[in-house]
Ligand binder design. Sequence first.
Ligand code: HPA
Length: 278
Amino acid sequence: MSEFITMTDIDRAVDAIRSRIDIQPEIGLILGTGLGPLADSVEGATIIPNREIPCWPISTVQGHQGRLVIGELEGKNVFILQGRTHFYEGYTMGQTTLSVRVMKRLGCDTLIVTNAAGAINSDYVPGDLMMITDHINLIGMGGANPLMGPNLDEFGVRFPDMSQPYDHDLLATARAACDADGIPYHQGVYVGLAGPSFETPAELRFLKAIGADAVGMSTVPEVIVARHSGMRVLGVSGISNKANLDGSTITTHEEVLEAGQVLVPKLTDLIRGTLSRL
Ligand code: HPA
């Protein structure tokens, strides 16, 4: 594989997946750390381990199953990534976002992306949901944007607009779903970092000062690639831990996985409710 993802790489993965499914997916879903069980209720599921797909990066992180689940949820044909790959695993930005290119190529025009995130906003506690209204691409500002390299004109323009990364209509639909089911939620700004080390207290104070409500190590590159190709995006963070702005407690991956168990039922309701309204 070359340094940058090519149409050939994308279409090899697309062809391998298409040969194993007989539905046309319309909505892509990416499940974050500890949130994989959300895919268990898919009906008529075709399950494809990532290692069986050419060019597909393999997730090495505990809490990420590393397979595709393709089938029906709330009457919609969904393409679910049960476990994603991250930049910190050593993959290129192009590899970590290949899944979104493939979804688009298979026919998805909507992406629902979830993640586990640390709370910077002091009103948030572990187990809360935050609908993402905007993001800060701190990794990209540091020089790692997934659209670097030759532009893939088949998907979108060289300089894509990012004025509405998270679709206002989808947000309204997700809010309606939460309100109908009595699911509380916040709305806020997600900042995407590379990881894998968690943030220092000084870094967290900096992130708060620049307007972030939650922090994580994923999502932003996927959303940029989705928007490049005109997909509409809904993003939801499951708050897994309080980011520790004064250095008085520590953050662990186990804590993030544990919070996933509390978050899965809420996120499942939010996503089902949203899908049923689309
Ligand atoms: N920081 C960065 N990424 C995260 C965190 C955090 O506190 N929690 C879950 N993902």
